[in-house]
Design a protein. Structure first.
Length: 242
């Protein structure tokens, strides 16, 4: 497994990193460390979020406001903690991306054209949790990138070791990528934890046996898989309660 930090340092392409995820908090949980490390190395960092996360739970205690508004603000706060340069907010319907790909696929294509990133990141075809929004986004973004005249380096969020065994849903485990990059976060794991806390309406880590910040400090790593654009990747949609 290669060191992604060294890859980023040696990269000769356009130093714009774009992460594309369906929901507020995905950017932090999946790629918060990468966003910080890339920023430190001189990359412009762009977060593209397709939905306002309005189908999630509301643990904020603010019952007089739309959850979509709360989660948009939380994403903005998390972005500031992570040092993100640009946040692009979409409103394509939380839990409704599958079957409505045409509109948001065009929007994602426009973001790619607008920022011309050298590196693009999203979920792999497992979606980690099996969430249909995660899976369909992974599938369609791969199709979009393959059609580009000069495709960027395309990375998938991946999981490894005990983190993989505990957090990758068994329903989709066969479609989970095997990482070929690791990224050591060091003390940036603390900032990642603070960014995760910014999404307090979702109570991140509520189902974990230890506090999320403790988990980040124990492992201090993220993992990624560089997609082979000539390869065919399998996937399937599974039962998932949104």
């Amino acid at each position: 497994m290669e060191d992604l930090r060294q890859f980023l340092q040696a990269f000769k392409g356009r130093k714009v990193l774009m992460v594309i995820y369906p929901h507020p908090d995905d950017e932090t949980m999946a790629a918060g460390g990468l966003l910080m490390v890339a920023k430190r190395l001189g990359y412009q960092t762009v977060v593209v979020c397709l939905t306002e996360g309005e189908a999630g739970q509301n643990y904020s205690g603010s019952w007089d406001r739309r959850l979509a508004d709360i989660r948009r603000e939380e994403l903005n706060r998390a972005g500031k903690i992570l040092g993100v340069d640009v946040l692009e907010h979409g409103d394509f319907g939380d839990g409704k991306l599958r079957g409505n790909e045409k509109g948001w696929s065009l929007w994602v294509s426009k973001q790619l054209k607008k920022y011309d990133p050298g590196i693009v990141v999203t979920y792999d075809h497992s979606g980690n949790t099996g969430h249909p929004d995660h899976i369909i986004l992974s599938v369609r973004v791969l199709e979009i990138v393959k059609r580009m005249k000069k495709p960027p380096v395309f990375l998938w969020t991946s999981l490894f070791g005990i983190v993989r065994r505990r957090m990758l849903s068994q329903k989709v485990a066969e479609f989970g990528s095997v990482p070929n990059f690791f990224l050591d976060l060091g003390w940036k794991a603390v900032r990642k934890g603070l960014a995760a806390r910014a999404h307090r309406s979702q109570k991140p880590g509520k189902d974990l046996p230890v506090p999320l910040l403790v988990l980040f400090l124990i492992f201090r790593r993220e993992w990624y898989y560089q997609v082979d654009l000539k390869k065919r990747y399998l996937y399937k949609f599974v039962d998932f309660k949104i």
